[in-house]
Design a protein around this ligand. Structure first.
Ligand code: TXD
Length: 319
């Protein structure tokens, strides 16, 4: 069987880490695309030279030409610019919208059958715009945020309860940003819901509330420490988990930014929700019963996403 082809649009911090992980995990041949000349080629050569040490034969190439992503099976998009001091949110939206337009057209013309995972911020707006510009079916375009946000939540919970991360299962829903909704009700340690563990005296509501807050500002905490960029190891790992669910038809139930069609009272909007990912991409959006607090928080998050989309439509009249 021919090797799968993984195209990574954006060869920055996350793009490079995605390529490294995809090669180590033997997911297929890898094409790194970027608008900057030399960077994808240089990273591809460096990564190729891991092959003899790690024992992988994946072909890793760098390019500035969309023709090279032809017939890719999976495309992960991290292309864009980060917000710089003095840049308004709308300035950033305008720049990254243009990037999504170019990427969407590149995908439409070269790899219309791919499963596309968008990581670029502001995530919920960019994944929606990328879907619009590429014209791919909604089930084949998905955004990565919930897997990362849940990983952060789970990491903090494992520390709190002093157990292996393997025992922790957690869910973060809604938009990617300050309004995300870590769902305590459905987060468990070895199947035991967090509220029950609080009742048992293993933690307190105040401590869990603090963890929820730390999860919400998890990206900012890392930016504050790094100063020159944002998190990239865990975002890349999370993107790869989604790619694997598709490539290996794993039917994993993962929180992803997916197009909702009435679920959670949301219609035709990309918002973080639990979805099943398998060989057909997003195969199902799973609705879970939320308590009043989570429901209200999700509404705030959905409203924030809607506001972002309205801003996008104001910037690009073709949307
Ligand atoms: O949970 C999440 N979704 C996220 C999102 C978690 C962490 C970071 N998140 C966002 O991912 C972040 O805010 C950025 O929007 C993306 C990529 O983050 P990364 O850390 O990889 O950014 P870099 O290192 O700046 O890389 C971006 C690359 C860089 O090499 C640019 O030259 C390239 O994107 N770029 C382009 N590539 C292709 N096409 C176009 N038009 C283009 N413009 C810039």
């Amino acid at each position: 069987m021919a090797r799968k082809k993984i195209a990574l649009i954006g060869a920055g911090n996350i793009g490079g880490t995605l390529a490294h992980l995809a090669a180590l995990k033997g997911l297929g041949d890898i094409v790194l695309f970027d608008v900057v000349e030399g960077v994808p080629q240089g990273k591809a050569l460096d990564l190729s030279q891991c092959g003899p040490v790690e024992g992988f034969d994946a072909k890793i190439t760098g390019t500035n030409d969309y023709a090279d992503i032809k017939d890719a099976d999976v495309i992960i998009v991290t292309a864009g610019v980060a917000r710089k001091p003095g840049m308004s949110r709308d300035d950033l939206l305008g720049i990254n919208l243009k990037v999504m337009k170019a990427v969407g057209e590149g995908i439409k013309n070269n790899a219309p059958n791919a499963f596309v995972i968008c990581i670029t911020n502001p995530l919920d707006a960019m994944v929606w715009a990328l879907r619009e510009f590429s014209g791919l079916p909604h089930n084949k375009v998905v955004g990565m945020a919930g897997v990362l946000d849940s990983a952060r939540f789970s990491h903090f919970l494992a520390e709190e309860f002093q157990v292996s991360v393997k025992e922790v299962n957690s869910f973060v829903l809604g938009g990617h940003g300050d309004t995300m909704v870590p769902v305590v009700q459905y987060s468990t340690v070895a199947g035991i819901p967090i509220p029950d563990l609080i009742k048992q005296g293993r933690s307190t509501k105040e401590r869990i509330d603090a963890i929820v807050q730390r999860t919400r500002s998890g990206g900012g905490e890392i930016v504050g420490l790094l100063k020159t960029g944002s998190a990239f190891y865990a975002p890349a790992t999370s993107g790869i988990a989604m790619a694997e669910a598709y490539l290996f038809d794993q039917k994993r139930l993962l929180p992803c930014a997916a197009n909702l069609t009435g679920q959670y009272g949301v219609d035709n909007l990309y918002v973080g929700a639990p979805v099943i990912i398998g060989k057909d991409g997003v195969e199902q959006v799973v609705e879970i019963e939320l308590d009043a607090e989570a429901k209200a928080n999700l509404q705030v998050s959905v409203d924030a996403v809607k506001e972002l989309l309205d801003a996008c439509k104001g910037i690009d009249s073709s949307l």
